[in-house]
Design a protein around this ligand. Structure first.
Ligand SMILES: [Ca+2]
Length: 291
């Protein structure tokens, strides 16, 4: 397409602007700059405690938007206070500073709310449990060799028969590692979990019992990498920040052993894993008779 041909020079003439250099008042300029700088700085400093408030409002109410609303409200209050308190009117003063002070205030509050919402300052998230397993040391061999008895479905080896088992038993979270093997009276059992928290764990406990879970909190101990190599079938010891914890107990009688695991972080948040259906409990059979 051809370019539009410019019409006669008339319009061009109209657009000509006579340049008149404004009288530059250096003193006034600097005063304005300083005024604006001071105001922005004031709002940055005010934004820091607002970030703390925002983080707390979000933590208590679970609403980030409510925190934002309060912060905007405080800004409006501060503008009002400056105007009627000490006669500084941000809306009409030299070099409207409304946009810059508002942005400075909100951005500072936002940045500090993120900082204050996360460890090590504040911890709003419960710990994670990403694996549960039961190992056993068979009384038949009694060779100190541990084998995996049961495992959480999320960490069960993915093969056709396991996928089918998970599909067929939707209520179940724990599955026998090998369907033809059960624990027996006299076996040594180890309940293990992989847990983590960004602010660190205060403790990991297990409560258990035959048929019903008692409420005695027994501390689980963190496995070393060497111990995990023996217990865990040669898999990786830890993902980022995660560790395995275990509790060993002898299978003293036959029946269904239920357990509940409680993980608590430094902020007091807890996460639990509990065996509820009988299939998730550790079934302990009568010992195999000697032949
Ligand atoms: Ca936490």
């Amino acid at each position: 397409m051809a370019k539009k041909v410019r019409k006669d020079g008339e319009r061009k003439e109209e657009k000509k602007v006579v340049f008149e250099p404004p009288e530059f008042n250096e003193r006034e300029y600097l005063t304005e700059q300083l005024y604006s700088l001071r105001l922005n700085l004031l709002f940055v400093l005010m934004g820091i405690p607002m970030g703390f408030l925002w983080a707390n409002v979000a933590a208590v109410t679970g609403s980030t938007i409510l925190g934002l609303g309060i912060v905007i409200g405080v800004y409006a209050g501060a503008v009002y206070g400056l105007r009627f308190g000490i006669g500084i009117d941000i809306l009409t003063g030299p070099k409207k500073t409304i946009a810059s002070t508002f942005l400075m205030f909100i951005m500072t509050a936002l940045a500090f709310s993120v900082l204050f919402s996360n460890p090590p300052v504040m911890d709003n998230t419960p710990p994670s449990i990403t694996d549960v397993m039961v190992d056993f040391d068979s009384n038949l061999t009694d060779d100190g060799e541990w084998e995996i008895l049961m495992r959480h479905k999320d960490n069960l080896y993915s093969n056709k028969s396991n996928r089918q088992r998970i599909k067929d038993n939707k209520d179940q979270t724990m599955f026998l590692h090998n369907e033809s093997i059960n624990a027996e009276v006299g076996d040594e059992l180890a309940i293990m979990i992989r847990a983590a928290d960004a602010s660190g764990l205060r403790g990991v406990w297990v409560e258990y019992g035959y048929d019903t879970i008692d409420s005695a909190k027994r501390p689980m101990v963190r496995l070393t990498e060497a111990e995990w190599k023996v217990m865990g079938d040669g898999q990786d010891y830890a993902l980022v920040g995660e560790h395995y914890y275990q509790y060993q107990l002898p299978a003293t009688r036959s029946g269904n052993l239920y357990y509940r695991i409680i993980v608590e972080d430094m902020a007091g948040h807890t996460k639990t894993f509990e065996t509820e259906v009988s299939e998730d409990s550790i079934y302990i059979a009568e010992p195999t008779p000697e032949t």
